[in-house]
Design a protein around this ligand. Structure first.
Ligand code: SF4
Length: 212
């Protein structure tokens, strides 16, 4: 990963080789917003009926922190650990692919640090000159920006509360965490308003569990 500044240029052209979608075991993170978008898309196509269906069929839970903070990554298949959505060398959910895929080869740093350029596949770096800030503007949507700003603010608060949950309450806290963080979304309602409501409810319930 190479740190970049907004006006910096890089030569890049997607070669449709699928290289960045292979060998991705536990390495493509899915945020709540990604999961919501994918669920909505696959539901329309009749492939899932809800968010739980996406989580069960296409993701792997990963324990991010011993406190019980769980994140999801895309499932992989085959000898090359290919992303489960890679079909015939193409992304089968291209319209709603996760933020991490959409902004490739630029990685956006949630903490407001400079963007990073992923240089794992040198053969991708030929073709038209791109400018970092234009690339980010094109692929990092307004909704992504609003979501990520809220996420940065709330993640540490949730992790801190999870750490303080008494051992005998953990069995109740973790399902609530998963519910509010990932699945308590009505796919017919806009994401952000539900995300804010869910965060508020999760924080309240965790605070109650630690007696705040
Ligand atoms: S979601 Fe699509 S773009 Fe992202 S790794 Fe999977 S196949 Fe590739």
């Amino acid at each position: 990963m190479v740190p970049m500044v907004p006006k910096q240029k890089f030569a890049f052209q997607c070669k449709r080789c699928g290289a960045c979608c292979r060998h991705v075991r536990e390495s493509v993170p899915l945020e709540s917003l990604d999961i919501y978008r994918i669920a909505k898309y696959l539901k329309k196509k009749g492939q899932v009926s809800d968010i739980e269906g996406v989580l069960q069929q296409f993701t792997v839970p990963v324990l991010l922190n011993a406190c019980g903070y769980i994140v999801f990554t895309l499932k992989v298949t085959g000898p090359e650990d290919s992303c489960i959505f890679l079909q015939d060398g193409r992304c089968s959910i291209h319209e709603v692919n996760p933020r991490a895929c959409r902004t490739y080869p630029i990685e956006i740093n949630p903490g407001g640090l400079e963007p990073l350029l992923c240089v794992d596949y040198p053969h991708h770096f030929t073709g038209p000159q791109r400018t970092v800030d234009r690339w980010v503007k094109k692929y990092f949507t307004k909704e992504d920006q609003v979501f990520l700003q809220c996420e940065v603010e709330v993640v540490l608060r949730i992790a801190k509360l999870l750490k303080q949950i008494p051992e005998n309450e953990k069995v109740h806290a973790l399902p609530l965490f998963l519910y509010y963080k990932y699945t308590a979304f009505d796919l017919d309602r806009p994401f952000m308003e539900q995300y804010r409501e869910n965060n508020g409810r999760l924080l309240t319930v965790l605070e109650k569990m630690i007696g705040k």
